[in-house]
Design a binder for this molecule. Structure first.
Ligand code: UT7
Length: 333
């Protein structure tokens, strides 16, 4: 009998569409400026899908890369958890479409709706299936096609988002190795639902000509409210997960926060007292890709050599719901 196990991330990928949209491009659509977007959000450019490209397509791009990176055959995959709020369709689950497209014949899976915390919640979920001993290869995907729910006449929201996907492989490691996902924390608070949501398209307001006319199938956000909660709760949950694992903020080697606004990330950084070199920023290039921001940061940090075996990584996110959470990871490869 093997001893107690935890899960380790054994590979990470990101996959973004090739079409780059700059702030200057958006100046042609709404009354905005490159200067406003850069200074208020930290975003310079983002990627948009072409017509016909859906969540499953970007996810498959990320997952195929992941299978190659981790030398895994599709038949070995046992579970696919997909964090997304922009599935190809309300049903079937995007997980089914990915499973079919990659040929993971023995896998099951499901979609998980937690908005910008989709990846962290999916990671926490996948982690449990490894810890329980139920599975040995779990793929966790974060994917969102935010352009599919963006109102390109609303300057308050349309400059903020991009499309993207990312994926990680989870596999068991012995707890004695002191590597892998050390802990996860997830929170929700439905009193925040009114500040960031998509009013129609669900069972409360099924799509009608009127809901389309009123642009109710797009993201609605009260930015200032969300901003305040995001700063407060990402810093709180970081302190919570560190404290219960007997770490201090200075023990963090790499801080990977959801990329919604550079000012939010910097406020958390300041509260935690972290130097710039420990903070991963990808919002400048990809904007807010909702569930895809965290794997995008992790894949970027692996590629540029900042994330190597033994590094202590603090992952945190905040999103619609409200949802927020954290994962404490000792990088395993
Ligand atoms: O990912 C899920 C979680 N989401 C977030 O964490 C987002 C959190 N919120 C934010 O990041 C920020 O609140 C925003 C970036 C959305 C907005 O920044 P802000 O500093 O809170 O700006 P604001 O909404 O208070 O707007 C300030 C001004 C307003 O003009 P007035 O009323 O002062 O004349 C806006 O109309 O900026 C104006 N404005 C813009 N101006 C140029 C809003 N959007 C734009 C724009 N271009 N795109």
């Amino acid at each position: 009998m093997p001893g107690p196990m935890r899960s380790a991330i054994t590979g990470v990928t990101m996959f973004h569409p090739s079409r780059v949209v700059t702030n200057k491009d958006l100046e042609k659509l709404v009354d905005t400026s490159d200067e406003w977007i850069r200074t208020r959000t930290g975003i310079s450019e983002r990627r948009y899908v072409d017509e016909g490209q859906a969540a499953s397509h970007l996810a498959v791009g990320a997952v195929e890369q992941l299978l190659r990176q981790t030398d895994t055959s599709p038949e070995e995959v046992e579970l696919i958890v997909v964090g997304t709020v922009t599935p190809d369709m309300l049903f079937p689950a995007t997980a089914c479409l990915i499973q079919q497209q990659i040929g993971a014949k023995k896998a099951w899976g499901f979609d998980l709706s937690a908005a910008c915390s989709g990846f962290v919640f999916s990671l926490a979920t996948g982690d449990q299936f490894i810890r329980s001993g139920k599975h040995k290869k779990v793929i966790v995907v974060g994917v969102d096609i935010m352009t599919s729910i963006t109102n390109f006449e609303d300057r308050n929201t349309c400059v903020l988002f991009g499309d993207g996907a990312g994926a990680v492989m989870l596999e068991p490691v012995s707890k004695t190795a002191e590597l892998g996902i050390l802990d996860t924390v997830c929170h929700i608070d439905g009193t925040g639902a009114e500040f960031l949501y998509m009013p129609a398209g669900g069972s409360r307001r099924p799509p009608t000509a009127e809901t389309v006319e009123k642009k109710m199938h797009f993201v609605h956000q009260e930015g200032k409210q969300v901003f305040k909660f995001a700063v407060c709760e990402m810093a709180n949950v970081t302190e919570e997960i560190l404290a219960r694992n007997n770490f201090l903020p200075r023990d963090i080697d790499l801080f990977v926060a959801h990329q919604a606004n550079l000012r939010i990330i910097e406020s958390c950084q300041k509260r935690l007292g972290l130097p710039d070199e420990k903070v991963v920023v990808t919002i400048d290039k990809y904007a807010n890709t909702t569930s895809a921001t965290i794997p995008t940061c992790l894949a970027t940090a692996v590629a540029d050599g900042r994330l190597t075996k033994g590094k202590l990584v603090l992952i945190t996110s905040f999103g619609a719901g409200f949802t927020w959470g954290a994962a404490l990871v000792r990088w395993a490869y």
